[in-house]
Design a protein around this ligand. Structure first.
Ligand code: SAM
Length: 293
């Protein structure tokens, strides 16, 4: 499921990004986290674990869904992310929420500890097969819920990166693939288009079943992402994991020219109100641990 040096790489990327993470003014992780929590059908009073909680996009809605009689636990490998999540929890005065630094690949909790395990735009980074999903099944009580969200990989079969607006996909895709290969990071599964477990709805269902879950539900939904300009879209990508792609373009002139062309193309698709709407397909997946007979 990835080596220590791969997780160091991930750790560094997210520590560095944490301060600006999801702070560009573009609505992205917030709506996905809220939708994931709704999709997970969390009950009041439930105990939920959010793996790779970041600054709390799913953790805070999960805390609201389970209410003060429940419990929401967030873990993340990045200290910086957990620092911001802890601040948000404090600001909201949530006594039933805790956040800690922990490697989500090996969550250190007792078997059957939670009613639900969720992960918004996180688990897909390091899970590659059913073996990697089993730890989450083990953390759940019988009949517990596992639910996760990820940018859809279905379009990678057609050479399209779901996070890129169509109009700039041909420009950016080669850089993204190169960056992933160079990084050696465990998210290099992105580069393995068509073979990772998220490539099709059927593979997702099959993998969840192999991991010991039942009743898998897979849903791809369109997330409209609205920006004011091409420049704001580029800024937004810098506040996400896509930052790695830009930073690995060492030649400054090449990067500047690429950014200018991306901005030019995006500014060319402004609507009458001056906004640019791009459509990002997000996949929501849910399954249960077998219940007691
Ligand atoms: C794209 S962000 C999503 C954060 C948050 N769930 C959200 O929706 O805003 C991915 C998160 O996964 C975390 N992460 C990456 N590898 C991890 C690991 N092995 N264990 C726990 N968290 C990890 C990163 O630090 C980052 O906060």
């Amino acid at each position: 499921m990835g080596s220590v040096s791969e997780s160091d790489e991930m750790h560094r990327l997210f520590d560095k990004t944490a301060k600006v993470y999801d702070q560009s003014g573009v609505e992205f992780f917030g709506p996905i986290g809220r939708r994931l929590v709704e999709f997970a059908n969390l009950s009041a009073g439930a105990s939920v674990l959010d793996v790779g909680c970041g600054r709390g996009a799913a953790l805070l809605p999960a805390a609201a869904a389970v209410g003060p009689d429940g419990e929401a636990v967030g873990i993340d490998i990045s200290e910086e992310m957990t620092r911001y999540a802890t601040e948000a929890v404090r600001e909201h005065g949530l006594g039933h929420v805790s956040v800690s630094v922990m490697d989500g690949r090996a969550p250190a909790f007792p078997v059957g500890r939670f009613d639900a395990v969720v992960g918004s735009c996180s688990l897909f980074i390091w899970t590659k097969n059913a073996d990697h999903l089993r730890p989450y099944r083990e953390l759940l009580r019988p009949g517990g819920t596992f639910a996760t969200a990820a940018p859809s990989f279905f379009s990678t079969l057609q050479g399209k990166w779901a996070l890129f607006p169509d109009i700039v996909n041909d420009l950016l895709m080669p850089y993204m693939l190169r960056s992933l290969k160079q990084s050696g990071s465990y998210d290099s599964q992105f580069a393995e288009a068509g073979t990772n477990w998220l490539a099709t709805p059927e593979l997702i269902e099959q993998t969840l079943t192999e991991a010991g879950f039942v009743g898998a539900v897979v849903r791809e939904e369109d997330l409209p992402v609205v920006v004011e300009s091409g420049e704001q879209w580029v800024e937004f990508t810098y506040t996400t994991g896509m930052r790695g792609m830009w930073e690995r373009i060492e030649d400054e002139k090449e990067r500047t020219e690429l950014v200018a062309e991306v901005c030019r193309r995006l500014d060319g698709i402004k609507d009458g109100s001056g906004a640019i709407t791009t459509h990002v397909p997000i996949v929501y997946m849910r399954a249960q641990t077998p219940g007691v007979d």
